[in-house]
Design a protein around this ligand. Sequence first.
Ligand code: C5P
Length: 310
Amino acid sequence: MTSMPESVAPRPDGREVTVRAPAKINLHLGVGPARPDGFHPLCTVYQAIGLYDDVTAAPAAAWGVDVEPVGDVDVADVPLDDSNLAVRAGRLLLEHHGRDDAAHLSVSKGIPVAGGLAGGSADAAAALVAVDRLFDLGTPDDDLLALAGELGSDVPFALIGGTALGEGRGELVTPVADHGAWWWVVLPSGEGLSTPAVYREYDAGHPGDTERPDALLAALESGDPEQLAAALRNDLESPAFALRPDLPGTRATLEATSAAAVLLSGSGPTLLALARDAEHAREVVGELGDVPVLYAPGPVHGAHVLAGEA
Ligand code: C5P
């Protein structure tokens, strides 16, 4: 029998913890001019939707990661070295506690990669919670949120989930009232889009602003899909469309369905269509024919333990 690499070999006690974290969409993405540190000030409204990555952490002699696709998700571009955001998250948390343990992370990926759905951020958030539980670290929530903010602008939101206002560069999150049971049709793109490239294109002349989106916040409180449809906005849509001339045509295809509204997800290229309810989401999927498409409810919970306590 060939032996497994040391980092993959299960420990004799078989301890492992699995944590699930959701994809995010931005119902409002207001972007201001670049700050001196190169990041852009945001006023965004995040919503966690029911597409998930699961991260299973097990103690190991050295850090390692493997990635399994769920369904049609293409995982070819996910790094499997120390640059993987889940590995960086696990290491950062153990360093924070002054420990030199290591873990192997197995990622089961249901969130399309490089799509503007923050799948890498979901993995980082899940890894923070999984490694915390695995080694019984008892990290206070505020410390987890601060570490998450160091890892990436969207990682704190993946921890809290639900619907939240994001400020700063997106890392300062505050839950907001959301009385809707929303349904989204999610149209991934075969090819990813680089977030820094979209922000550079924004800098080249697609100004937005960081005003508080009062109409959108009122629509969320109302729970009315027509109100929400009228209030959705994404300042990265024009720059993403400038980089990807195929996207306006895809948007038009979605607009030709009975969906209430169409929106670019984050920095793209995934496009979203808002449905009135679950049945209508299935109808919109049917109207799209053979196009590979997903649908998901929102809001859903942030990173949470699925199985296995240390
Ligand atoms: O924070 P995160 O690592 O996810 O950001 C990825 C990249 O997106 C940054 O390096 C930056 O180019 C861009 N970004 C930005 N302003 C933000 C968030 C991200 O310019 N508020």
